[in-house]
Write a protein that binds this ligand. Sequence first.
Ligand SMILES: [Zn+2]
Ligand SMILES: [Zn+2]
Length: 191
Amino acid sequence: MPPPTVPRKPLGKFYAVVLRTPDFSHGNVARKGGLGGKDVVPVPEFGALCVCCDGDVMGRTQRVELTDPGGHFRADPVDVPICAGCAEHAVERTGASIMAGAALCVGGPVAVLGFFFYDLPAVGVAGLVITAATVAWLLRSKRARLAHTRGGHHPGLSLLVAPRQCVVRTPNRAFAERVVAANADRVFRVK
Ligand SMILES: [Zn+2]
Ligand SMILES: [Zn+2]
């Protein structure tokens, strides 16, 4: 079976290359995801060029965390080719994004509770402040990412793992193609 092709998307949109080990099973994901713990993760081959700007990294790599969106499963960080110029912006700060999501979930309800249910305006205001600050932060980081994206850079790489699965999430189509080519036998799907 030929490896899947990478679709074409507008600049700044993300690609997801899903790698799985041959013995991947959803039952195992549920078990390990529920209980926590470690399992085998198919560590991708990333190729030789910078994952952000496709430039020569001069042998430089950078540790990137493997993030479990569910938060239970752990895996060791991996070394990814990132050039010195891209060190600060190549990788998505998934921890911060998850925190922002959590803050949004808390801020709104806290404001509603404070104003309408408990008659505690201070609590309501605190909820609004959390929400406003979080939204501002999200907009700022999105703008910063897009500003970089226009200069031939593709910031925002993240590596999402589940037991026996690793998803390489990137807005860099050329890099996504390199990952597919280098991991052809393990690519389960490309979106
Ligand atoms: Zn670079
Ligand atoms: Zn870059």
